[in-house]
Design a protein around this ligand. Sequence first.
Ligand code: SAH
Length: 351
Amino acid sequence: MNAEKIELKGLFPEELAQHVSDMGLERYRTRQLIDWLYNKGVTDFESMTNLSKTVRARFDEQFALLRLNCVGEMRSSSTDTVKFLFELPDKRLIESVLMWDGKRRTLCVSSQVGCPLDCQFCATARMGLIRNLTAAEIVEQVLYAQRFLRAKGDELTHVVMMGMGEPLLNFDQVIRAIRLINLDYGAAVGIRRITLSTVGHVPGIAKLAREKLKIGLAVSLNATTDEQRSEIMPINRKWPIEELLCAVRAYYDQVKRWVTFEYVLLHGFNDTAEDAHRLIALLRDIPCKINVIPWNPIDDARYERPPQKAIDRFVDILSQAKLTATVRYSKGDDIAAGCGQLYWEMERGVK
Ligand code: SAH
């Protein structure tokens, strides 16, 4: 692979047009390229049959066309979840999870290979950070799922940046990818239907607010005291709960969209009635919803998934306090659809 080639799928149309013009080619070539890439979904220049051989060769010289090689596709037995394991050009592996829920078709995408944040309950954390994904690598996960659905006469409706990695630590490429995913000729996912989930990276949240993007923001709170949160999420030692909530309030003031707080329930650790009451007190003055996620067990785990009774009790207390709380039962438990889990199964050679 030629490292100097420009990756087409990471370019905005105006940037592409600029390159085409710099090559001394006609303006309509940009339209043609866009049409081949996004409407016809071709994966090489050779297939762009309405371009002359010379033009194809020139594009081939100048541009790279990213392909993600799908090396694993696993369906949950309930068939409402498909997990894709993709091989990147450098042979690294990432995963995306496609979920069917009523009329929604949601793709959960990765933003990094691995993650540096070391959350104790998370499978991806065990990999450490290998590298950031490029915008094209993020966009292509979405385009792949869109092609997969369209081949069935279906359409992707939502995207969540909740897969492997911390999106705010790969800020520029993630924001670029979000804008590209939103473009009409690309995956065309509405901006309000894109959600970014962060560990609670305070400067990243402030920076995101300045982008004035109408995407949804989800924040992984996961605990109600600093002592507890620092134990499972080392990032809390840098940006403790009060600072994080302050950043979220400021974010809301600028963007004016309700924020979602994710709360991974770990039995005997953060699922007591006291935890629920502390959570209510913390979030009182923030326009938000709470997404309670019963922990999805990973190997060599130190934690326990809460029994149904504990989940119900926790959610009931929140609901009584008029907080909007929903439980996200990890979709595709049987295909290890939790963050980073498929990766480990492949590494261990489990099918
Ligand atoms: N780094 C981002 C996005 C990736 S994690 C973040 O922290 O938000 C996406 C969500 O999955 C987070 O809310 C995280 O707390 C949760 N999560 C990670 N591992 C999990 C597991 N094994 N079971 C349930 N939820 C998990």
